[in-house]
Design a binder for this molecule. Structure first.
Ligand code: MN
Ligand code: MN
Length: 300
């Protein structure tokens, strides 16, 4: 893989990817489960981090998408390397804190780990939700420079709760997009990667865009791709994505991680960063630096 960027740039983009994820989560969560029409009549175009929504969030508060990503990141950093058991333990600890939101499939998988020690949930046709894809960024940062390692880690973390070929494929492709963006690849290069996913799994075809933004991983990925490849700035990509409504915090989080890696810290609007919880931002900056330092691309 060509290296266009120096380590300093890669570290900065790694942080932007993780902060972008949290910003997308906080931006989208207040309109989660609303339709695009409902958002339009309430907000016009939603461009600010406003809080509220069905979870009654404080402005800048993040939800399970960011929290589960933090769990994965903490486990890798604590172990100084990959620890599936460590990740599952973090999920269990998080579930015990009675989080503001937990997806049904995630809850079931974590409970099966807590009660029976199961680290890989069996195949289930209903597991094609977006709960594994939304938290795969730490695995992407940790594996930068090694595609085989990415595939292995992305799937292992996913299958604690989700075991479905479409979820698996989405996790790997999103990881590859992050890898490419971190190394300075062009939008066209990223587009080819997205098109490869649609070639392997035609369900992911996103042109023409059908406008669905549910928690089904296919709808989620189509929404993210449609707005990421149309948008010309981090803000445009994210505003387009969350205004689709539906699972807006999760589409926002996933678009935020790819767009963050692509546009870098300079691309994330200051007015959004100011809204975010300070403690979460500090931890994300620390963890993203440690994850990328452990990656094959940057490890000395
Ligand atoms: Mn959420
Ligand atoms: Mn969600």
């Amino acid at each position: 893989m060509p290296h266009f960027l120096d380590h300093h740039d890669i570290r900065s983009r790694a942080r932007a990817a993780f902060i972008g994820l949290a910003v997308g989560d906080a931006l989208g969560a207040p309109v989660e489960f609303m339709t695009a029409g409902e958002i339009r009549s309430k907000h016009g175009v939603l461009r600010e981090i406003v809080g509220g929504g069905w979870l009654r969030l404080k402005p800048g508060q993040v939800t399970d998408d960011t929290e589960m990503s933090l769990c994965v990141a903490r486990a890798i950093v604590a172990a100084g390397g990959w620890s599936l058991r460590g990740i599952a333990d973090e999920f269990a600890g998080w579930l015990r804190t009675k989080p503001v939101d937990v997806g049904d499939t995630c809850r079931r998988g974590i409970r099966n780990f807590m009660l029976k020690g199961i680290l890989e949930t069996p195949f289930n046709q209903w597991d094609a939700g977006n709960g594994a894809a939304m938290r795969m960024l730490p695995a992407a940062l940790y594996t930068l420079g090694d595609d085989d390692l990415l595939q292995c880690c992305a799937l292992e973390q996913a299958r604690i709760t989700h075991n479905h070929p479409l979820s698996d494929a989405a996790c790997i492709t999103l990881g590859r997009l992050v890898h490419l963006a971190l190394q300075g690849a062009s939008r066209n290069r990223l587009r080819r990667e997205a098109d490869l996913l649609a070639a392997d799994h035609p369900a992911f075809t996103f042109t023409p865009y059908r406008g669905l933004a549910t928690g089904y991983v296919v709808d989620t990925v189509q929404t993210v791709f449609h707005h990421f490849f149309r948008g010309r700035s981090f803000e445009e990509c994210l505003v387009g994505t969350v205004n689709q409504g539906g699972d807006a915090d999760t589409t926002g989080a996933i678009c935020g991680m790819v767009a963050g890696a692509f546009y870098g810290m300079e691309g994330i609007p200051q007015r959004w960063l100011k809204r975010m919880e300070r403690r979460t931002m500090t931890e994300i900056a620390d963890l993203s630096a440690r994850l990328i330092a452990l990656s094959p691309a940057l490890r000395e």
